[in-house]
Design a protein around this ligand. Structure first.
Ligand SMILES: Nc1ncnc2c1ncn2[C@@H]1O[C@H](COP(=O)(O)OP(=O)(O)O)[C@@H](O)[C@H]1O
Ligand SMILES: [Mg+2]
Length: 346
């Protein structure tokens, strides 16, 4: 019997959530790194665990992936308790950490084959899967090159490919795109969307609000180890309630008339003369519809009229009072990398 078959059996047996955390707490001495964190991830969906550096993301992932024992609380992956059934949890999941886990001196293909044999897959199966994964991650040409010659983006893709060789139904990704250039980031997002389409459940940590917005079905925002907000990306944006009507007039000489008209219907108008643009706070779609009707009946010609929802950045700011910008030069690894050691072993 192969790990692949096991993993499928595990997935088929469990009909509940793919990932569950219940009141997870992790203390390091006096310091509480994770403070009563609970969430549940339905199968085939993506949870974004969003928070700034030091928020407790990696510590949470380490507890969920059996690398670290919770101080209190519990967690289940594919229905298996991380404390009582760590072996079954490990067979149901893949983990891509912040630090690349691949061997630099081997080629991409050799890395994949090595991991496949470690999982006990038969040789023919390993060769077939390796080729398939290299193809899927656009690494076929690079497959025979040693990894130390890979770009950052290629390494991340290989890292992900390696964690997929046993086709785990649940995948944990700890800041998968930190340190990648924008193009590699978008490429990786596409790969992740493909995995989810094929039924994989993802838990992804990120400091990038845009990334959570792009990929996650639900977002849990953590700061200083605590959950400070959760919901769909849309719900989170609605929470900060700072939508705005943005309107662009076609002719500069109609800007003043447009301002006066808008000002008669909303409490406050901001004018950007150079952009021929007016902005006004709005409660939502009904305000926007009202304004659209008013302008339709006027002589004013508009290039554009839209409702601008707050960005997740705005939401984070309104929730925490500070920005969630990753610190400069953040591509460096933090000292708390996921490793195969538990801290109890250190
Ligand atoms: N092994 C450890 N010993 C002591 N403190 C730790 C350890 N691991 C993490 N921490 C602390 O716990 C907090 C959360 O860290 P971490 O989970 O790595 O945050 P994130 O991944 O969100 O950046 C940080 O203040 C970090 O310094
Ligand atoms: Mg981290």
């Amino acid at each position: 019997m192969t790990i692949t078959t096991d993993a499928r059996a595990v997935r088929d047996r469990s009909t509940g959530p793919a990932i569950e955390a219940e009141h997870l707490v992790k203390r390091f001495g006096d310091m509480t790194a994770v403070d009563d964190v609970s969430f549940s991830v339905p199968q085939g969906t993506v949870l974004g665990l969003l928070g700034p550096n030091g928020a407790g993301k990696t510590t949470t992932v380490r507890m969920m992936t059996t690398l670290s024992r919770p101080t209190s609380g519990s967690a289940r992956v594919a229905g298996h308790d991380v404390a009582r059934e760590p072996e079954l949890v490990r067979r149901s999941m893949g983990l891509t950490g912040q630090a690349a886990t691949v061997d630099e001196l081997l080629t991409g293909r050799e890395n994949l084959r090595m991991m496949g044999s470690l999982y006990g897959l038969p040789g023919g199966e390993v060769r077939r899967l390796s080729a398939e994964l290299l193809e899927r991650f656009s690494l076929t040409d690079a497959g025979n090159k040693v990894v130390k010659d890979y770009s950052g983006g290629m390494r991340r893709r290989l890292d992900l490919a390696v964690s997929l060789i046993a086709t785990p139904p649940v995948l944990f990704l700890d800041e998968p795109t930190t340190g990648l250039d924008p193009r590699s980031r978008v490429e990786l997002w596409d790969v992740l969307r493909g995995l989810v389409r094929d039924g994989t459940t993802l838990l992804l940590t990120t400091q990038y609000l845009e990334e959570a917005d792009q990929l996650a079905d639900r977002i849990v925002v953590i700061d200083h180890g605590r959950i400070i907000a959760q919901g769909t990306p849309l719900e989170l944006k609605d929470q900060s309630g700072k939508a705005a009507i943005v309107l662009t007039v076609s002719h500069a000489d109609q800007l003043e008339a447009a301002r006066a008209l808008l000002a008669a219907h909303v409490p406050e108008v901001h004018v950007d003369v150079a952009a021929r643009q007016l902005t006004a706070p709005a409660d939502g779609l009904s305000d926007m519809t009202r304004v659209a009707t008013v302008f339709e009946r006027s002589e004013i010609v508009l290039d554009d009229l839209g409702l601008q929802r707050p960005s997740l950045d705005d939401v984070f700011l309104s929730l925490t009072g500070h920005r969630a910008e990753p610190p400069a030069g953040d591509s460096a690894e933090t000292p708390t990398e996921p490793s195969t050691q538990t801290e109890e072993q250190r």
